[in-house]
Write a protein that binds this ligand. Structure first.
Ligand SMILES: Nc1nc2c(c(=O)[nH]1)N[C@H]1C(S)=C(S)[C@@H](COP(=O)(O)O)O[C@H]1N2
Ligand SMILES: [Mo]
Length: 321
């Protein structure tokens, strides 16, 4: 285990380091980590080596451990970074790691716009510092037919939304992945309508478990996991957690989502983890935790019911799947 974690009760780094030095140091670390991440590796025979083996030298440090973290063991780094879904980098689970060197993450900016008082275009290098966003470790479960526990480095999406001041009639948040077939060659094939898009209700987006991740295992995010910044919504099926984001827009109406658009009978807008609602083509009762032999029962809201069930009070979750 490579995480130097901090107990929630420990002082924040900002409380023990003069503020300016702390921010300068953070800016430095993120920038050098980013630079390291763009250098790909090619093996002796010219075959691209999965990025999982090329861990960047620079790491996010220091950080606090979010009290929302599970104490279950994190899934091995190699599994987290070589068993992925990222159709813009290939449809096989191993493709994203093999093709991640195509995804250049510089230059990169995230636009935050729509129904907000203060729209912003944020260079990725400035994402944490521009609004003084505090990154933490969030050790969260994620589930699909398989499941993992991933120690993300991220910050609450709510913190970013607060800074741009949503207008009163904003009710949803729409997300968009980079559209660039050179950097995401899977976009040359019409598997989905590109760019990949996702959405949340504004109250879901404000929930403290909804984070924007910029790293995992203390490293800068690898391309296959959605570099340089991706959403993580741990009580929903994996496809809601959109990768490699370039736009976040506040809207009045429910935005389209890629999988709902492509197969509306199979994928709803909400996609809350729900073992009692079968996918039309398979049961969603059980999951295989990567690294374990026996399958385990999938839990309502992926085990986060205490934290999020109130968001859906009064809704029929078989209708709103
Ligand atoms: N842009 C984009 N985001 C995406 C996907 C994708 O194909 N494109 N796949 C989704 C799916 S189906 C899953 S299960 C998760 C996987 O995230 P991970 O590889 O970090 O575990 O990413 C989600 N985000
Ligand atoms: Mo998925």
């Amino acid at each position: 285990m490579l995480i130097r974690s901090r107990k929630p009760t420990d002082p924040l780094p900002s409380a023990i380091t003069p503020r300016k030095h702390y921010l300068d140091r953070r800016r430095f670390m993120v920038a050098t980590a980013a630079a390291a991440a763009t250098t790909g590796t090619v093996g002796a025979v010219g075959v691209a080596v999965p990025k999982a083996r090329a861990r960047p030298a620079q790491r996010f440090d220091p950080f606090t451990l979010s009290p929302l973290s599970t104490d279950e063991s994190p899934t091995d780094y190699d599994a987290v970074t070589t068993y992925n879904n990222f159709y813009e980098l290939g449809t096989d689970k191993g493709d994203p790691a093999r093709n991640a060197d195509k995804l250049k993450t510089r230059p990169w900016a995230v636009v935050v716009d729509g129904l907000v008082q203060r729209p912003a275009t944020i260079a990725i290098e400035d994402l944490l510092t521009r609004f003084d966003l505090e990154e933490r470790i969030y050790r969260l479960r994620c589930v699909e037919a398989w499941s993992m526990v991933i120690p993300w480095v991220g910050f609450p999406l709510a913190a970013l939304l607060d800074r741009v001041e949503p207008l009163g009639h904003a009710r949803f948040v729409a997300f968009e992945t980079l559209l660039d077939p050179d950097r995401l060659p899977g976009q040359r094939r019409p598997i989905l309508e590109w760019p990949y898009v996702e959405g949340l209700r504004l109250d879901e987006a404000h929930h403290p478990l909804t984070i924007l991740a910029v790293g995992l295992y203390g490293d800068v995010l690898p391309g296959q996991n959605g570099a340089p910044v991706r959403l993580v919504v741990p009580w929903k099926y994996g496809f809601k957690s959109i990768k490699s984001i370039v736009r976040i827009s506040l809207t009045e109406h429910m935005p389209p989502t890629s999988w709902n658009r492509s197969a509306p009978d199979e994928y709803g807008f909400y996609a809350n983890v729900n073992p009692t609602v079968d996918h039309p083509r398979w049961s969603q009762r059980r999951e295989r935790r990567i690294g374990e032999f026996f399958r385990r029962d999938t839990l309502m809201f992926n085990g986060y019911a205490d934290e999020v069930a109130h968001l859906y009070a009064g809704m029929d979750l078989a209708t709103w799947y």
